[in-house]
Design a protein around this ligand. Structure first.
Ligand SMILES: Cc1cc2nc3c(=O)[nH]c(=O)nc-3n(C[C@H](O)[C@H](O)[C@H](O)COP(=O)(O)OP(=O)(O)OC[C@H]3O[C@@H](n4cnc5c(N)ncnc54)[C@H](O)[C@@H]3O)c2cc1C
Ligand code: FES
Ligand code: FES
Length: 1511
């Protein structure tokens, strides 16, 4: 609920007493005088541009503003009044910032009439969360309006406005005084908006209208937190000022009346002063690419505003709605721990993670290394202290406005919708009566998704959030009644207090609701989502509705003629997302009853990820006993996720009435539930067997819990044995703790020499303040247009016709373009085997067919949806198995063979065969693909700002598409919000289309793909299927291996050959296999082309190796650790591709990992735990990795750099590598600093561009520091040599002296550098040559615990030892290790892409595709960089680190497999078994065969059409 906030911080809680009213009616009149007196001339002037300065609310306003203005080339006059400056700044923010060379302003070319073609059906909307057809409708029409709208700032004419209101949709409010004036504050500045469009989100408004680009767009569906801002509101009735973190992407602009918005820019800046929240995330290395950082900063900031000294648990709760794809989260928590009760002065580095002052030092206990190993990556003494009293104050003018408000309705008209905000219940009911089809909007977390992703248009929106009756919380004799618009956060606070004050037996239901709320979305959603919204959405997977049903809650419904009370039972939901409410009715309130003395209540939620995820199955169970007995008097079992509505297991419940709560009842319940809770094998959402099993498993948990509670009440029931007790435990996350160990720089290393020191990422501060500029943050050109892509809905089809007539008629549309608009070649891609725009045929869903260019993103996207395409469908090939059956392979098929395979198998004591499927992975870089192309107006020149890892490829593909030489195209990359391989080759899909459009219209054109488009179109990590036959001796020694890999390459070759080759180069992982044959096939299918992804086939290759080595150990009944160690490579061994291993550190990593993890004790403890617990099992695994470093395409192993020294001594450096968060630029500055012997502060890198370093290899293969570092070294050495004479001449002189002397002596102070890796190159024909320059090694040991009944697992502990040579920067390298590990953790345990049998990607956003969240970090994480391991093959003895650690996350997968083995052993099943990746909850549960799984046999494959297929 946007305008009625509720308390969250403990000190905000008021005693709960009947009735508590929040947010009374608001007055919308604007007073011209604030508390400080009448508005002065300057303020009036700012009013004239639509903004008035508030009071001086920003602490450091004048200096901050001055710097801001100077940065943007505005003139600042000393002595200017602060208020005037504020107004000027606002104006500056509303205007586009001046740019270097503004592009020529031209008129658009008239679009040539394109051919008439035909319809385009939207892809089938997914059954679960919002990942449906990409038709954004929720964002407002901002871009087509002038940046500073004159009409906004003229005095409003209410009469005229009322007239127009009446005319539009007949949707006028009943009150004649409805205002169209939206008043709110952004970062202390007042905004009066008279043209608020109901479909405009706060995020669009901030970014496009106000130019506040610090707040990022990551998903537009409330699932990533990149858009987090803080909303503050003063509640005159409770006299509370409340602050909440919310998702700006879902917040309707119209709901912000009298709200103060704080964005990341509002709390600090690099030029002024960073807020401690910003500073600490940067200094603790918690920002890599930085795209998530502003959102995380704002979540933390909002928490501190409510509670300046939170606990770690509160910090973790605050981040439930934030995702980061780079850091692995650990450093963020570490940095922010310093704000917490637990953090103390040192961030919890003392004993037991407490403060060193109170608990003593861990180092003193020998837990942290001393001597020359350092254990701290940052020093808390460097942090600015946090003083809550110095926070920006709530705008006094807004406070006055809020205090003085009187009842007033609001009404806003947009292009397609009208927003009516009634001021009373009576008016609300009348409006609903008059507009029965009107959509009620409170938190907009459901409606916002419907509008954006499901193409819904709601012409009339009713916003009742201010109505007191709907906010009321009333305590009655038998329970608590919540007004329907109470937010979930508020409901949680009230229930928590009730639980604390009421007798426990009364609060069984309340505790169950609190348990559901703990895992309900993220805090940003809970802060706005209303309880009524959850009920009325009537989602079959709602987490609260099962509880309300089982608890027998009552609802009060109302229309203008009266009210009625209905019981929430199975009759309430009448169909999929339908309830029995009549169209004119609204939900007034819900009454939640107290539980009775003999009643027990539990709620359960099982989802793929614990945090912020939608349920697979959710359940609530209530049993009431005849007092003093175990006889069931009443039983209610309700389930979500088992039908189109929340359902109750009525038959089962009635069968069990009057029965004794014991084993017989359990058996009867389970067989009855298995009959009653059935699903069609094709049911939407899939996981059918798992879902059915869960209904039984969850009941069993309830059964045990009730037994325990009955015994506590003295009822004579069987005791729950200690073996079964863990099944009843409720999961409570433990605060993670971590240790990082790296080698300190040698004693005596010059203080200015930062190589080897944990230097902060150079952009971290800017990223934390939102000042770092990403591609879509580049200010808009005046004449810029927006592009949206038209994509195929069929996997394989001929295009019969395309009809653009409807699209062309839509507002703002400039033109549509298709293949025949490409002036150059339509062939694109790495192998030139894909089209820029489909010509006649489509080969995957998401294939780009054309594009629409319009004045705004919204118009372009709406029009793209209106293009109708008619297809003739052809048979598609979707899965690897279908491709194998059809022999649909790209060529060549690669083979690596060494030794004598036949002899090897003969020698073997045992031969074993097996297989494994490894699912694909979405890159989920937080910043989606984006391109801005600006024609320069002469000679075919074009400048492109692109989020790409490959400047040179982008340049050449664009040049080819435009039919111009490459020298006319400049590609510029400042930074990316993550890449991970996804922007290596596939980013050109978008860049070429945008360039073609810009060329056609001769205007700048921009496109940033929406998250669902990006996921649909660009492909990801290749799914792999590995089939193996392995021969081994009784000892466990491997003697022969025959393995075949099949990857799902998709509809073009892209990089798939090199990827399958890398899989083959890693097929033996770290094990010596004397006789081996590996074959690699890459399948041609009708999926979007899969592509590079961190590890590039290596992880898939090694994953299969770990599968066969586990099988070998299990078949011999030996420990996997022993068999792995036995087969580890030794120094001097040679690989199957005949490369001899020198400088091998595997054994050192192995031994250190075992000792640091305490493997032996851990193993013993795990075995003991497993003997003592039947339904939860622990597992342990140690996994090594050996990762080859070099591009396997030899020619790519080259790099260039360019260094200029200016006469003031400053150095401008550039090189071919791009910055995507991995800290490459930081490392390059460190290299240059050491070579030139000057501090890093004198060196600057602005960007990567094709006109400074040509023909750059993609930033990939982990080799960029090696290659570019050597090129930078080369350039700097050249310059140094040129300066040498002047240094010799003036040895006491400064750097600046030498530079000046050289300049006056006419020495060239610009030099380029170049490097190529020596002595590499390999031939598949002869199986000879050196593939890799060297290897990076690592070993990891992980321990997990699985819940055998639900398949959920906990990551208990991970210890990683990684050889990164002599680290250039331990902070960055440890960040890479942890980030890669967490990405691997996602790959192997969590992330699942679901495709329909027709090839439609069903998981297209964070709602349905789950990357690891904060809660997935191992509870104990130790990362140690191997000491004394110099590498003579790379710059300053370092090693590559980007990709190698990713595979170490497989230790978690194999620990899970170990735990499943223990569970299977409980059922008498031993020996090898197949477990595909990821080890999802579904797979874990299904593999733990037991009495419940036996009651739910899976449907026979081939007898039904599954919802999704394993591709
Ligand atoms: C990222 C994300 C995560 C989520 N996670 C979960 C989750 O874990 N579990 C879960 O169950 N749900 C989840 N949801 C769904 C959603 O947040 C909830 O259903 C939420 O409670 C909806 O409340 P709202 O106020 O935002 O509803 P709105 O979007 O404002 O409205 C939802 C519907 O309710 C109707 N409505 C609202 N109030 C009334 C009223 N008083 N009378 C009549 N009709 C009314 C509206 O007309 C509309 O149809 C999630 C959503 C998102 C975006
Ligand atoms: S952009 Fe708003 S949550 Fe992702
Ligand atoms: S730093 Fe978090 S997404 Fe990149």
């Amino acid at each position: 609920m946007w305008s009625s906030f509720s308390p969250t911080g403990p000190e905000q809680l008021k005693p709960v007493g009947p009735p508590v009213l929040f947010a009374g009616p608001l007055k919308a009149e604007v007073s011209n005088s604030g508390p400080g007196g009448p508005v002065d001339a300057a303020e009036e002037q700012s009013c004239a541009v639509g903004v008035t300065s508030g009071q001086k609310t920003v602490r450091e306003s004048p200096p901050l503003i001055r710097t801001f203005l100077i940065q943007r080339n505005y003139k600042v006059f000393d002595g200017a009044k602060p208020r005037y400056l504020i107004a000027t700044v606002l104006l500056a923010q509303l205007l586009p910032a001046p740019r270097g060379t503004p592009p020529p302003q031209r008129r658009p070319n008239a679009a040539p009439t394109p051919p008439q073609r035909r319809p385009n059906a939207a892809p089938t909307p997914p059954q679960r969360r919002p990942n449906a057809a990409p038709t954004p409708l929720s964002e407002g029409n901002c871009r087509n309006q002038p940046r500073v709208q004159k009409d906004h700032h003229q005095p409003s004419s209410m009469e005229g406005t009322q007239e127009s209101l009446k005319n539009l949709n007949g949707a006028e409010t009943r009150s004649r005084s409805a205002s169209n004036e939206l008043i709110f504050f952004v970062n202390g500045k007042k905004i009066v908006e008279r043209n608020a469009d109901p479909e405009t989100t706060l995020l669009t408004y901030l970014r496009r209208r106000l130019g506040l680009t610090g707040t990022k767009l990551g998903c537009a569906e409330g699932g990533c937190g990149a858009c987090t801002v803080m909303l503050s509101r003063y509640h005159p009735h409770t006299k509370q000022l409340l602050h909440h973190a919310v998702n700006a992407c879902l917040a309707p602009l119209c709901a912000l009346h009298l709200v103060a918005v704080t964005t990341v820019e509002g709390i600090g800046s690099v030029a002024g002063k960073l807020h401690p929240v910003q500073e600490r995330i940067a200094m603790s290395h918690g920002s890599q690419c930085g795209f998530c950082t502003p959102g995380i900063v704002m979540s933390m900031y909002a928490l501190l505003r409510n509670n300046p000294k939170p606990t770690m648990a509160e910090v973790e709760e605050a981040f439930q709605g934030n995702l980061c794809r780079c850091t692995g989260y650990r450093p963020i928590l570490e940095g922010y721990k310093t704000f917490t009760v637990e953090g103390g002065c040192c961030g919890g580095r003392g004993r037991e993670n407490g403060c060193c002052m109170t608990n003593g030092s861990r180092a003193a206990d020998g837990l942290e290394e001393v001597v020359d190993e350092a254990g701290r990556l940052f020093n808390t003494a460097d942090f600015a202290p946090y003083d809550p009293t110095q926070e920006v104050i709530f705008p006094p003018e807004l406070m006055n406005l809020s205090k003085g408000q009187a009842s007033r309705s609001l009404c806003f008209h947009g292009e397609r919708a009208t927003w009516l905000q009634p001021d009373s219940l009576d008016e609300f009911l009348h409006l609903k009566w008059k507009h029965p089809a009107a959509r009620v909007v409170v938190g907009n977390t459901e409606v916002g998704i419907e509008v954006k992703f499901k193409n819904m248009v709601y012409p009339v929106i009713l916003a009742p959030a201010f109505i007191p009756e709907l906010n009321a919380v009333t305590h009655t004799e038998d329970g608590i009644t919540f007004g329907a618009v109470c937010t979930l956060s508020h409901m949680g606070a009230v229930l928590r207090q009730a639980v604390e004050t009421l007798p426990p037996h009364q609060t069984e239901v309340f505790r169950a609701i609190l348990e559901q709320l703990r895992w309900f979305a993220g805090l940003q959603i809970r802060n706005v989502a209303a309880v009524g919204g959850n009920i009325m959405t009537a989602s079959p997977i709602s987490d609260l509705n099962p509880v309300f049903l089982a608890a027998g809650c009552k609802l009060t419904l109302m229309d203008k003629d009266g009210s009625r009370v209905v019981q929430m039972d199975e009759g309430f939901f009448t169909g999929y997302r339908k309830t029995l409410l009549r169209p004119q009715e609204i939900l007034l309130s819900i009454h939640i009853p107290y539980s009775k003395k003999t009643q027990f209540f539990s709620a359960f939620k099982q989802s793929p990820r614990r945090e912020d995820d939608i349920s697979i199955v959710t359940a609530a169970m209530s049993v009431t006993f005849t007092p003093g007995t175990d006889i069931v008097a009443d039983l209610r079992l309700s389930y979500g996720g088992m039908a189109v509505t929340t359902v109750m297991a009525k038959k089962t419940a009635s069968r069990l009435l009057g029965r004794s709560w014991g084993e017989e009842l359990l058996q009867e319940a389970c067989s009855s539930l298995a009959e009653e809770m059935t699903l069609d094998p094709s049911a939407p959402g899939g996981m059918v067997t798992y879902r059915q099993t869960l209904t039984l498993s969850l009941f069993y948990k309830f059964y045990l819990t009730v037994l325990q509670k009955l015994r506590l009440q003295g009822v004579n029931v069987p005791e729950v044995t200690s073996q079964c007790a863990s099944a009843t435990e409720i999961y409570h996350p433990e605060t993670p703790s971590s240790i990082q160990i790296y080698q300190a720089v040698p004693e005596g290393q010059n203080q200015d020499d930062v190589v080897g020191r944990p230097m902060m990422h150079l952009s971290a501060m800017k990223q934390a303040t939102g000042e770092a500029v990403y591609c879509d943050d580049v200010p808009l050109y005046e004449n810029e247009l927006y592009l949206a892509v038209i994509t195929s809905t069929k996997a394989h089809a001929r295009i019969l016709s395309v009809d653009i007539s409807a699209a062309e008629r839509m507002p703002g549309v400039v033109c549509c373009l298709f293949a025949n608009d490409i002036p150059g070649s339509n062939n694109s891609g790495v192998k030139q085997d894909q089209s820029i725009l489909a010509d006649g045929k489509v080969t995957c869903v998401g294939h780009i067919i054309g594009a629409v260019v319009a004045d705004t993103q919204l118009h372009a996207q709406r029009a793209a949806k209106a293009v109708r395409i008619q297809y003739e469908e052809l048979k598609p090939i979707i899965t690897i198995q279908e491709a194998i059956a059809a022999q649909s392979f790209y060529q060549p098929i690669r083979t690596i063979q060494s030794g004598d395979l036949e002899a090897g198998f003969k020698l073997a004591d045992h031969i074993l065969e097996g297989a494994m499927h490894i699912g694909g992975q979405e890159h989920f870089y937080l910043e989606t693909n984006v391109t801005l192309a600006a024609p320069r107006g002469e000679d075919g020149e074009m400048e492109l700002f692109v989020s790409t890892q490959s400047t040179a490829d982008t340049q050449s593909q664009v040049a080819r598409a435009l039919g111009v030489p490459a020298n006319r195209v400049v590609v510029r990359v400042k930074r990316m919000g993550g890449g991970f391989g996804g922007k290596e080759s596939r980013s050109t899909l978008l860049s070429t289309v945008v360039a073609v459009a810009a060329n056609k219209l001769k205007r700048p054109i921009r496109c940033m793909l929406d998250r669902d488009e990006d996921m649909l179109i660009t492909g990801g990590r290749h799914p792999f299927y590995g089939k193996y036959k392995v021969g081994f001796l009784n000892t466990g020694k491997i003697v022969a291996l025959d393995v075949s890999y099949y990857s799902n390459a998709g509809n073009s070759m892209d990089l798939s050959l090199a990827i399958v080759e890398r899989a083959l180069f890693h097929m033996e992982n770290s094990y010596k296999v004397p006789n081996v044959r590996g074959q690699g096939f890459f399948c041609r299918t009708n999926l979007p082309s899969n592509t590079a992804f961190r590890g590039f086939g290596g992880p898939q290759g090694m994953m299969v190796a770990e599968s066969w080595i586990t099988d070998v150990a299990q078949s011999l009944g030996r420990s996997t650790e022993e068999v792995r160690r036995l087969n580890l490579y030794m120094e001097g061994d040679s690989t199957p591709y005949n490369q001899v291993l020198h400088g091998l550190t595997l054994d050192r990593c192995w031994d250190e990992c075992l000792s640091r993890s305490g493997y032996e004790q851990r193993r013993a403890a795990v075995d003991l735990y497993n003997r003592q617990n039947q339904w939860t099992k622990r597992g342990l695994a140690v996994v090594p990795t050996k990762f080859g470093i070099s591009f396997t395409a030899t020619f790519l192993n080259q790099a260039g750099a360019l260094a200029h020294i200016y006469t003031d001594g400053s150095v401008l450096l550039t090189h071919g590598g791009t910055e995507m968060g991995q800290g490459l630029h930081t490392k390059m500055v460190q290299v240059a600093s050491r070579v030139l012997g000057i501090p890093c502060s004198k060196i600057h890198i602005t960007e990567t561009s094709t006109n400074t370093v040509p023909n750059a290899s993609p930033t990939a293969a982990s080799a960029s520091s090696d290659l570019n570092g050597a090129a930078v070294q080369n350039a700097c050495e050249t310059l140094l040599k040129r300066l040498e004479p002047y240094k010799t001449k003036n040895p006491k002189g400064s750097w600046e002296d030498w530079v000046k002397a050289a300049y006056f002596d006419r020495v060239n102070l610009s030099a380029n550098g170049f490097y190529k890796t020596p002595d590499i190159g390999y031939s598949f024909d002869t199986n000879s040559g050196r593939v890799f320059n060297y290897y990076s090694y690592g070993v990891s040991c992980s321990e997990v615990e699985i819940d055998c009944l639900t398949g959920a697992h906990k990551n208990l502990s991970t210890t990683i030892v990684m050889d990164v040579g002599h680290s250039l920067n331990p902070a960055i390298d440890i960040g890479q290790v942890e980030g890669a590990f967490m990405q691997g953790l996602g790959l192997f345990t969590l992330e699942e892409l679901h495709y329909s049998p027709q090839g439609v990607l069903l998981t297209r956003g964070p709602g349905s595709y789950k990357i690891p969240a904060f809660g997935d970090i191992p509870t104990q994480l130790t990362v140690s960089l191997l000491r004394d391991a110099p590498n003579d093959k790379a710059i300053f003895a370092s090693k590559a680190v980007g990709e190698p650690p990713l595979f170490l996350a497989s230790s978690v997968f194999y620990a899970i497999k170990d735990a499943i083995s223990a569970a299977r052993a409980e059922s008498g099943i031993t020996g090898p078994f197949r477990l595909d990746s990821p080890a999802s909850a579904e797979r874990i549960r299904n593999a733990c065969t037991d009495r419940f799984t036996k009651l739910v046999p899976p449907a026979e494959p081939g007898t039904f059409r599954p919802w999704s297929v394993q591709v």
